[in-house]
Design a protein around this ligand. Sequence first.
Ligand code: ZN
Length: 322
Amino acid sequence: MTDLQNTFSTPNIDVECREVGLRDGLQILQTIFPTDEKLAWIQAEVACGMPEVEVCSFVPPKLLPQFADAADVVEGALKTSGTLISALTPNLRGAQTGFKLGIQKLNYVTSVSVSHNQSNVRRTPDESVADFETIVAERNELPEDQRPILAVGLATTFGCTIEGRVDPKAALELGEKFIKAGVDELVVADTVGYGNPAEVKAVMSEFVQEFGSQVPIANHFHDTRGLGMANVFAALEAGIRRFDASLAGLGGCPYAPNASGNIVMDDLVFLLEGAGLRTGVDLDQLVAIREIVARNLPDEPLYGMYAKAGAPKGFRTASQAA
Ligand code: ZN
């Protein structure tokens, strides 16, 4: 493993957690989360030490009314400090919105599965790479202190609801194209929760071997079939030190009713701290944020075993144990 995998925006941590609940969690919900409550959630994440919060997606409000307030949310979030404020963009237009708002990091997404990319953004993966090249060029024209970090999410790496199994070679080849295009970070995503730990360990070891000396590599797992945390541990063994997760496992899949969403942030922090890996996140403060989600989404199921059971007797976080 290279130093690049252990270099973080936040000091004194061993693993970087990134909260994606405000984006991945909220995007499929019909209930609109009020803007000031989104900001309260973001501020609470910042206060508990979360290294990165993905606050919205830059898509037309007609497509996703949940993000009609993206400009206000980003503007409010950028008033905080100590946490990287990021947003998802599916295309150049969204990236340009992010540039204007002064977003600190953009998470651009392309599916490894051709059919999934076509249905999601109406382009082939290669067309998405070309679009990304333009985003990099436009970013590089900005004054140096205003250039956001450009990450790319490789969606459906571990399988796709349309194509089924996805060849890991296709994911590695697509990753290579984005490296050549100048990406700052690769996020390897199990978008629909098809991955299993054995496969995750094998594929992520290849990613670290191929690209680990060039860019940081992250994982984005969904817990759709209950293997989310096991997949995290497999990725840790492969050398991955960055994970997306969502508070209370908010989210889900529009095509799989009752399927849980992203891996649960609270359980992820519990797993990591218990394994002696410092996250910089205050676990008790993090669990308390669930109240903000609960009061705004009274009809949504909230996931998470740690919040339900509490800390084991005598439990010490990695920092407390050091
Ligand atoms: Zn996701």
